[in-house]
Every structure is written in C-alpha cells, then in structure tokens.
Design a protein around this ligand. Structure first.
Ligand code: ATP
Length: 503
C-alpha cells in the first residue's frame, strides 16, 4: 500500500498534477503547487462542491472574504490562546515532533500487531477462519487490544486540557523512540501555536501583527450580519466559502494530506437554538451522500464520531476516506453552538442577533459547520482513481479512472496521421467543442501511445479522425475505462460527452 502511495505521488508530478513548491530550489516543506492538470481537477472539485452547496440550496449563499482579518478576531475565536499543538524535541536528533502524533502512531502499532496475527491465522485456517471469535479468544491478540485500549484512554484524558506532563510520561512509559536517532532522550512537552503571523503597515506609522487565517470559517462569522441583512436571509440559512487557509504544521507528511498552505470549502449553517441537534444528522447524511455520489464505493467511507469535543461544540464527526495509508479525515462536521457569534459580539461590542419575525424574538443563532479540505479531497480522488492494469498483450497500462465530471481533460482529438486533411478536420472538431469542454489536440506518436498519455491523466474520451471521417462525418470514439471503440457522428459528439461530464 505504501508503494502504491509512492507511485501516486510520482504520477502526480510526472503528469502535471502536483509539484513540490519552489521545485528548482529543492522545495519548501509541506507546500505544493498544482500543475496544468492538477488545477483543472481541483477547479472541478470546487465546482462540484459549490454547485451542490450553493446552487442547489435556495437558502445557502456564498462569499469570498479576505485572508487578512482584524487580529482581534483570532483572540475572540480562541485561536490565539488555544490553537496549539503539543510538541516534544529529541535531544540527540534535534528533531521536533508532535507528542500527540507520536502517541497515536504507538496506538496504531498495537492495531498493526493485531492485524498481523489475524492475517497469520487467516492463512492457517483458510475458509474456516472466524475473525470475531479469534479476536475474542486468542491470548496474544487480547493482550495487544487491552494495551491499545488502555493507552487510548490514557491519551484521550491527557489531551483534555491538555496535560503536557502526562503526555511526556506516556511517551516515556511506552518507550517511544525518536524515528531518526532511535533514542528516548526527550525534552518536556510544550505548546506551539499553529498560526502564521506577519506585519501589516509600515513601521513608522506603527505596524500591526496580523495572522494568515488558519480556517475560512471566521470570515463567514464576521460577515454573518452583512449577509443576513443584505440578502434578507431567514433562519435556517447557510453561508459558504472556498479559500486558502494556513497552518504551521509541524508534522508535515503524506504529501498533500497535511500542508502548511491549503484550501478549505466551508459552510456555516445558522439555525434556531435548540434545533441544532436535528440539523446535525441531516448535514452528516447530506455530506456523506455528496462524497458517495462520486461512485468510489460506500465501503471506502466511514464516520468517525468524536467523543472528545472542543469546548464550544456539542456534536462533531469526521467523514473518513480509505487512503492507501488507512482511513483518514477528509471532512469535519461540527455543531459549534453559538460560540463564535457570541464571542464576536463580546469582543466587537456589536449585537449579532437575529430577529425572528414569526416569534418576535431575538437570539444568537446556533451553527452547524461542514468543513472539507480541497487538497485532501483531491488526494482521495487521486488515490481511488489510480489503476495499473495488465493488458492482454502483457503490457501494463496506468489509467486514472477519474469520475468524468472531475477529469481535467474531457476529450482528446487525434488525427490518425499528420496529413491528408486529417489534422484540419480534428482542429475543426475541437473548435466546435472547446467552449464547452476542456479538449486536447494530439498528433504526436502512434495512436496507442497517445491513448496511454490520455489514460494517464484520466481523459474519459478520445476521438480519432481517419480518412473515412472526411467522407462519412464519423469518428472513432474510444472509452477510457473499457477501451471499447465506437463509430459515432461528429455532430453527436457534444451531446454524448455532455451527458457524462457535466457536474
Ligand atoms: P487534522 O486533525 O487532520 O489536523 P483538523 O481536525 O485540524 O485536521 P479541521 O480544523 O476540522 O481539521 O479542518 C477541516 C478540514 O480542513 C479537514 O477535514 C481537512 O480536510 C482540511 N485540513 C485541515 N488541516 C489541513 C492541512 N494541514 N492540510 C490540508 N488540509 C487540511
């Protein structure tokens, strides 16, 4: 699985999806650039989200707020005081780690041990293997599970607070070693704020410390009144936004899964106090349905309900997707109560109340938030779509089986040969379609090679123009996944493709 992931990462680079940032300067940690195909796929993901959230919901509108915001916003939201990771240093390697991640990795190690035992037993017993019974009765496995559960409980307790001395003690008790030096020479655990800051204004007139937003949500909260009033919005209603967010992540790994500059698609849904726990499951279902509509298989998703809640939340869940490195969070759905709006009331001194014309009462709305990372969504789409297929002739083809609606290029048009008027005919076809779909013209190399190139970037349709096309107005349409070919009228191309690729 790790190997597959490595292949996906290099495929992303080789085919213009994702490059390390500042590549010619050997990159910049956990920062990435999207290439010519990546940007198209990313835009399609954003469009798929925006259409389903904003256009399909009459009571949801969008905004685009600035990345810079008044610094007091981050005081009010709690980010200045509490948006921290617990860090620990190893004195020998001089490397810095997140204490919580070291412990979570240790928990995962117990799980791996269990899985190994299960795999061994399955091999031994074959068809007759009963996993549930094995987990309950095998002494070694029971011991691993008990250790894992005890560690998990101790860890969850230490993270409330968090209790930094206890986190260090867990690391010592579990004999966790530094992955680089292999030693247990740990410093104390201390808190590290994840927000990036910079200075605004020239120093002569007095500059102000401002933050790069670590989430887009606060831009929605501080615009709540503006949008509600100018849009004459009635509760329940939502505000959606897509934009960049920045976090000084210490453990930057797994490619674009955890980045320092990333993009979020967030929606805050404002509801009457007391109804939030009715809306929460509705949004859980709506968001899960959105993911599953891509057709990646329901078994690749799961909810992870939080039992440890942030102080302002009264319910929270993650939608996790099965990446090559395990089930991982792609989206969070949180019932945030009226915490943010009432904090902004307090810190700004402005009333942010909603007047309900039906009951003649004013109140601070409660909020259900859906928050998904564009880049993590991108990664899940890539991981699911990447396929290596053995062909009948013994060759392997690498194909990205992207949902057609998300594919960067929808259609490649290829003249069979570079002469006899075929290139001109191919260009004519493209000229008629290029305002509707992203098309590519390709005349270089053999048709087989050209098909492979399109397979590798996930183009769902290839059209080949041959000599007959000049007489009968037909072309060969080749389907990416089945590699089947069909003769179709040039005049029918637009509707055939439109049917499958529209978002
Ligand atoms: P994690 O626990 O993985 O750090 P989180 O719980 O802090 O994530 P949220 O604050 O709920 O994440 O952010 C909402 C979404 O934003 C996440 O579900 C994820 O898709 C995305 N996201 C958060 N941090 C990053 C990051 N560093 N890089 C890429 N995407 C991110």
């Amino acid at each position: 699985q790790e190997d597959v992931f490595k292949k996906i990462v290099s495929h992303c680079k080789e085919y213009g999806f994702v490059f390390p940032s500042s590549d010619i300067y050997d990159g910049l940690g956990a920062v990435y650039d999207y290439g010519q195909n990546g940007v198209e796929l990313k835009n399609n993901i954003k469009e798929y989200w925006w259409k389903s959230m904003v256009l399909l919901h009459e009571n949801i509108v969008g905004i685009d707020s600035a990345i810079f915001m008044h610094p007091t916003i981050w005081k009010a939201s709690g980010h200045v005081d509490a948006f921290n990771d617990p860090l620990i240093d190893n004195r020998d390697s001089k490397k810095r780690y997140r204490a919580d991640v070291l412990i979570e990795d240790q928990i995962a190690k117990y799980d791996e041990k269990v899985q190994k035992e299960v795999a061994k037993a399955r091999k031994r017993f074959g068809e007759a293997f009963d996993e549930a019974k094995f987990l309950e009765t095998n002494e070694r496995v029971k011991e691993h599970i008990a250790k894992r559960d005890a560690l998990h409980e101790r860890y969850a307790k230490a993270m409330q607070g968090p209790d930094l001395a206890e986190l260090k003690q867990i690391i010592l008790d579990e004999e966790i070693v530094c992955p680089i030096s292999g030693t247990r020479n740990w410093t104390d655990v201390r808190q590290f704020n994840l927000m990036f800051s910079t200075e605004m204004g020239a120093s002569a007139e007095g500059s102000m410390k401002v933050y790069l937003r670590p989430e887009t949500a606060q831009g929605i909260f501080v615009n709540y009144l503006n949008v509600q009033k100018t849009g004459r919005m009635k509760i329940p209603f939502g505000i959606a936004q897509i934009g960049k967010a920045f976090r000084n992540e210490i453990v930057a790994r797994q490619f674009i899964f955890r980045m320092r500059e990333f993009e979020q698609m967030e929606m805050q849904f404002f509801v009457t106090p007391g109804t939030e726990l009715e809306w929460f499951p509705k949004w859980k279902q709506t968001r899960m349905a959105w993911h599953q509509a891509l057709g990646f298989g329901a078994e690749n998703y799961r909810f992870h309900d939080h039992d440890k809640l942030a102080h302002y939340a009264n319910a929270a869940t993650d939608i996790e997707f099965k990446m090559p490195f395990g089930f991982k969070e792609v989206e969070g759905i949180h019932s945030r109560t009226n915490f943010d709006l009432s904090q902004h009331e307090k810190f700004s001194g402005k009333s942010i109340k909603y007047f309900d014309p039906q009951t003649n009462e004013s109140y601070t709305p409660y909020v259900i938030e859906t928050s998904i990372g564009v880049d993590r969504m991108f990664l899940s789409v890539m991981c699911h779509s990447y396929c290596e297929e053995k062909l009948e002739n013994g060759e392997t083809r690498v194909v990205l089986k992207l949902p057609a609606a998300l594919a960067p290029v929808k259609l490649a048009v290829m003249p069979l040969v570079k002469k006899d008027g075929l290139p001109e005919k191919a260009r004519e076809i493209i000229n008629n379609l290029k305002f509707h779909f992203n098309c590519q013209y390709d005349e270089k190399d053999s048709i087989g090679k050209r098909y492979r190139r399109q397979d590798a970037i996930g183009t769902p349709y290839c059209v080949t123009v041959d000599h007959d096309s000049l007489n009968d107005g037909k072309v060969t349409l080749r389907f990416r996944d089945t590699m089947e070919q069909e003769r179709v009228n040039i005049s029918d191309l637009a509707s055939i493709i439109e049917d499958k690729v529209s978002i």
